[in-house]
Design a protein around this ligand. Sequence first.
Ligand code: HEC
Length: 429
Amino acid sequence: MKGLTKSMMWVLMAGLVVSMSPATAAPITFTKDVMPILQENCQNCHRPSGQNMSGMIAPMSLMDYREVRPWAKSIVKAVESRQMPPWHASANQNGHFLNERTLTEKEIQTIADWVKQGAKRGSPSDAPAPVEFKEGWIMGEPDLVLTFPKDYFIKDEVEDLYYNVTVKLTDEQLSEDAWVSGVEFIPGSEVVHHIIAYASDPEIVGSIKENEDLEGASEEQLRGRVMLGGLAPGTDPGYYPEGFAFPLKKGSEITFAMHYHKESGPGTGVFDNSTMALKFSDKEPEHILGITNIAHGAFEIPPGHPNWVVSGAHTFEEDVLLVNLFPHTHLRGKASTYTAIYPDGTTEVLLETPAYDFNWQEYYYYKEPKLMPAGTRMEVELVYDNSPENAERSGFDSSRAVRFGGPTTDEMDLGWYTYAPAVKADATD
Ligand code: HEC
């Protein structure tokens, strides 16, 4: 309280009293109470040309009273059920992740009470200034933008297709080795199910063949190949913390590992040409990033089983900083848990997604990279629902046993994570 005179204190306290008492008595209005919540938590997606999260585009704009009023009842339902804003980590992890999207109890109550009181507009002079959304790249201006050398046609008969498009970087595109600090994609068509970006050091591996299976590649095969990031339905772009970056060699080959998924049949064929943008760090990173996953791989989910559990684990041999977690399953996946078992025997649940949603595959970015001391065992548990009820909802065949496989109607059990050695790069050499 040093520096505050007694009279200043009185002014502050009087301000509190004035702002508190009418709030309890005055009716809740859109302009005063609800619009700030929507600006903060909804409009990033619910606006004209809102954030396209790999094909997940919000169906309506919620920028002003006129646009919001017809949706008032649906909004209450969506926020009370916590369907909106979309966020699938358990509330136990609230506060851990940078890209968390949650409303407080109080905000949910305000929206519900507003509708109960007749969803009034209120005085236009109470409204906060409209938010100006930046158009273009979410991560900021990229240093290199890559597209396919030519459009690729996904034929009528295709339902699921893995296809690699490789672009060799010219000296004009990349005149010297660089450090990648951000990766963002624009899917070129609505049939893009995911994109994984790889960079290959040509001196070590040479090009990735057109239809080489990358998801099942061994560690040996992957040496010299750096995964730069990925995009799946519902994901945010890759934004990495200050001082963290991926190495990118001059002359590298960049691969778009595409997964297309669509209905098959006459007239369903579509051209795709997706875009990948890279942002470079202008100084040497302290921490060199890598992306890898924990997978069991050799599982078989019995026909009709509603609750099949698959788990895998990895023990860190050195101190590692976790940057993000990304659980990945297909249509039958219903929950995921990452747990750390520390060398002293204590355990911590890092991430739980009690209602995993195939359409909202999230990267969970730590606010501060999370230290996994050497000797920590990280376990990933994935749960699958192969019941006829889920088959009906999600569109698959529950009468067969399911194993690891590329098509979305097979399954995957990939506990992805992005990490870096905790020891600073310059301290090691
Ligand atoms: C990250 C992007 C994103 C954010 C943030 C977001 N939404 Fe949505 N919203 C969507 C998408 C995409 C859909 C349609 C797909 C779906 O329902 O899952 C949707 C659907 C909805 C629906 C259902 C529309 C219908 O057809 O019934 C409502 C209501 C809604 N959102 C309200 C909100 C509110 C209120 C907020 C903020 C508290 C919010 N959303 C935040 C992306 C978002």
